[in-house]
Design a protein around this ligand. Structure first.
Ligand SMILES: Nc1ncnc2c1ncn2[C@@H]1O[C@H](COP(=O)(O)OP(=O)(O)OP(=O)(O)O)[C@@H](O)[C@H]1O
Ligand SMILES: O=C(O)c1ccc[n+]([C@@H]2O[C@H](COP(=O)([O-])O)[C@@H](O)[C@H]2O)c1
Length: 211
């Protein structure tokens, strides 16, 4: 059940970054951290887990799943970045459940959860958030304006003792969880929120021109 097109046999000790997201829509910021993750975490692949619905985000304004997945496939355009509908196929909605299911399904793979710094401040609101840290190592990538909030967050403080230095990030997939790193990297300013706002104001301007 690996992402469509995966030719890698299940038995290999594949090092895989799992990057969950709404991808509403996918953009260069996603690609930016996926490429950094491949390099800095010494991964074979990054799987973009396009979520059927983020449990903490409103349903209103969420583009249809098929549209978000198609957009992710277009933006990824890299043989080692694999957009996937795994959560839909597994029937999981919460990250903790997805990770446990993936670990069961691919017992020989080395997974690491990859996310941007904006996720850390709200992480303690995620369903069974401590289980996530206990299931796979976690890599957090810098994102403009979120670094300070991320490091003072409930999750960062709770797992402070389990943090490994960024220079050791390439060893994360080999570590027994909980283990996590914060990577101060080149940052990318783009967000899906901005793209949606720009699309909406473009549409309004078009309406004014026509009216
Ligand atoms: N510019 C970026 N820099 C770092 N991480 C990013 C960036 N854009 C997205 N991410 C990360 O990618 C994952 C999926 O993000 P998501 O699909 O929600 O995009 P988003 O731009 O944050 O969307 P929205 O603005 O709608 O919240 C998250 O872990 C998020 O932190
Ligand atoms: O499991 C949860 O409770 C949970 C709460 C919020 C977000 N997530 C996951 O976090 C990932 C990033 O979500 P998003 O919408 O910020 O791109 C995506 O895989 C979501 O399913 C998961």
């Amino acid at each position: 059940m690996a992402p469509t097109g995966s030719l890698v046999p299940d038995r290999r000790r594949l090092r895989v970054g799992l990057m969950g997201g709404s991808f509403n829509p996918a953009h260069e910021g996603h690609r930016h951290i996926a490429l950094l993750a491949l390099h800095r975490l010494a991964l074979h692949e990054v799987w973009w887990l396009v979520t059927p619905q983020n449990p903490l985000k409103p349903v209103a304004g969420m583009a249809p799943f098929a549209e978000r997945l198609a957009g992710a496939r277009e933006v990824a355009s890299h043989s080692r970045i694999r957009p996937s509908d795994l959560e839909t196929r597994l029937g999981t909605r919460f990250t903790a459940d997805t990770l446990l299911a993936l670990r069961r399904r691919y017992p020989t793979f080395r997974f690491v959860w990859v996310m941007g710094a904006d996720c850390l401040p709200e992480f303690s609101r995620w369903h069974r958030w401590k289980t996530i840290f206990d299931t796979v190592p976690v890599a957090v990538f810098d994102r403009p304006s979120y670094s300070l909030g991320a490091m003072s967050s409930v999750a960062a403080r709770h797992f402070a003792k389990n943090r490994v230095p960024a220079r050791a990030a390439a060893t994360l997939t080999m570590r027994t969880p909980p283990a996590w790193a914060f990577l101060h990297t080149r940052r990318h300013t783009l967000s899906a929120t901005r793209i949606r706002h720009e699309a909406a104001s473009g549409a309004r301007a078009g309406q004014r021109m026509r009216g």
